[in-house]
Design a protein around this ligand. Sequence first.
Ligand code: URA
Length: 213
Amino acid sequence: MNTREQQLASIAQEISACQRCSLYKAAANPVPGEGNPFADLVFIGEAPGYYEDQQGRPFVGQAGRLLEQSLASIGLSRKEVFISNVLHHRPPGNRDPLPEEVEACKGFMLRQLEIIQPKILSTLGRYAMNILLPEAKISRDHGTIKHLKNFPFVIFPLYHPAAALRSGSVMTDFKKDFEKLGRLIKLEKGELIMKNKEQPKGAEPQIEQMELI
Ligand code: URA
């Protein structure tokens, strides 16, 4: 059995050879994602931007700096978490991902999650959130805790840090949500997950929303 590192490296290799959509043609580098293969917390963003494309690493530009500062504010470094994206090649001019690109690429990120088995998945922005929670709205659901039937981790949607950098009110929400994420991390090993497992059969909703006080 390959180690988690080997399995993640093999996905990165597949990404670097991927031609399932046309984004690879204009990209300087693939950006497979990086971090701790045993992370309890995984972040999934949207797609590489200019600096990520240049360096082949996720979240190394301005949005990445905000993510790192926010992690530091809850006592974490980027080495302790795993960071990936919905798309692994840069869309030209940082345009929004197309539905067919999301379809072609999302399997890599889902496989990374299967290997890492985090306790918490924090989606950054609506693209990553809507893959697992297609009905969710970022303005309504950011900073709320979701549990999806058949997924062993809780999902905690956040605004994209780039959106926070563009708007003062989004930045305020982003910071508040990060504080809440800090509290969720402390709780995640205990009651939240256990509580959810005790849902009565039949009455169990597809998505359960839990409150964190
Ligand atoms: N924005 C993203 O969504 N992902 C990155 O890796 C960088 C910026």
